[in-house]
Design a protein around this ligand. Structure first.
Ligand SMILES: Cc1cc2ncn([C@H]3O[C@H](COP(=O)(O)O)[C@@H](O)[C@H]3O)c2cc1C
Ligand SMILES: O=C(O)c1cccnc1
Length: 349
């Protein structure tokens, strides 16, 4: 995949920075909210950027690696949670409703195709790539190269279907076992040991954690030296590949990505390695409690907005941070300047 990363609009960023310096507040006092507004200005090519409309895309897939007992939950949870997303009972469904963000769920590899409630406002698609076989990343490739390409394309297709007006894309995932896959991809990309990248995911006990370290260690030995595409194909999963394809296309369409936790961040690290500069288009929502996330954030030079001990995934951390991005844009656009308000600025008597 060769995503074309657009140029940032430095003139728009300068205008936005200049506006921030004239708003009625001590210089720099809105901290990261100022940085977010200036960043979005550079991405959107306007001194007055917007956070809305936003759209949430959730990619779901299963993982053969669960046979090694790397998650306390059975794979059947993936399909059941897809049904829960669509019925409105999952954390990200609740947040999307609360925030007025349309949610689209894409099955790119769920073992038991979800039984879908029919009804208005339900957005679901099972991509044909979901019917292709997956492998156990400990001993074999998680997918063939052709399946990998189709999973990337499945993500891009979803972004192609979004209206031009969408400014911000929230990405999320669902896939029991995917903290193991993400840890393996990150260990390969960062050249770190399995034990540095593996965490408890949904809450494995000490024995489960030891199994995860072994599984990821085996994958890393099998795939040492893999580049980002090979790492995703052989140690990742179809939802990780779809996230990469979706983010690449969103950036090509000048849409910013609101990055969720560990799993989405690993996909974004792979994208940055495939298309350097992609990370400039990302706003990092939160620091996950998953152990390896800090290494991934560090490699991306990212400072996330929130640190709430979240470790859920499904885009829930990104959705939780969306109101902060809304606030950054609203303050930037609507605060009065010193001149407008007749408030004396510093250094002027
Ligand atoms: C009920 C439930 C809802 C979830 N929503 C997201 N995840 C999260 O947990 C999974 C990864 O953790 P592990 O690698 O330990 O399986 C992913 O599906 C992720 O999105 C969930 C997990 C469960 C059990
Ligand atoms: O941070 C995440 O993305 C995460 C952490 C634990 C379980 N699922 C997702």
């Amino acid at each position: 995949m060769s995503a074309r990363i657009p140029e940032l609009d430095q003139a728009a960023a300068r205008s936005a920075r200049d506006r921030q310096s004239r708003l009625t507040k001590p210089a720099g006092s809105l901290g990261m909210l100022e940085e977010v507004a200036v960043k979005l200005a550079a991405l959107q090519g306007t001194p007055l950027p917007r956070s809305r409309p936003a759209a949430a895309l959730l990619f779901a897939a299963d993982h053969a690696v669960t046979r090694h007992g790397v998650s306390p939950y059975p794979s059947a949870v993936t399909a059941a949670m897809v049904e829960n997303f669509l019925r409105g009972g999952a954390a990200s469904s609740v947040l999307c409703r609360q925030l007025g963000v349309p949610l689209r769920v894409v099955d790119v590899g769920v073992m038991r195709p979800p039984a879908l409630p029919s009804g208005e406002g339900i957005c679901f698609r099972r991509d044909p790539v979901a019917d292709e076989p997956g492998g156990d990343l400990r001993v074999e490739d998680a997918m063939s190269e052709a399946t990998f390409r189709r999973a990337l394309a499945a993500g891009a297709t979803e972004v192609d279907a979004l209206p031009d007006e969408v400014r911000l894309v929230v990405l999320g995932e669902m896939g029991i076992g995917n903290t193991t896959a993400a840890a393996a991809v990150a260990a390969l990309l960062l050249g770190r040991k399995a034990e540095e990248m593996v965490g408890r995911g949904t809450g494995v006990d000490d024995a489960g954690l030891a199994r995860k370290v072994e599984v990821v260690g085996d994958a890393v030995r099998r795939l040492e030296g893999a580049g980002p595409e090979r790492a995703l194909q052989s140690a990742g999963g179809r939802e990780l590949a779809a996230l990469v394809g979706a983010a690449g296309r969103a950036i090509e369409r000048r849409k910013a990505i609101l990055v969720d936790g560990f799993i989405v961040s690993v996909a974004m690290l792979a994208l940055e390695r495939m298309a350097p500069g992609a990370r400039e288009w990302m706003v990092f929502a939160h620091r996950s409690a998953e152990a390896g996330h800090r290494h991934v954030l560090e490699a991306l030079g990212a400072r996330p907005l929130l640190d709430l001990g979240l470790r859920l995934g499904e885009g829930s951390g990104a959705l939780t941070a969306l109101p902060l991005v809304d606030a950054a844009c609203a303050l930037h656009a609507n605060m009065a300047t010193f001149e407008e308000a007749g408030v004396p600025d510093k250094g002027r008597g």
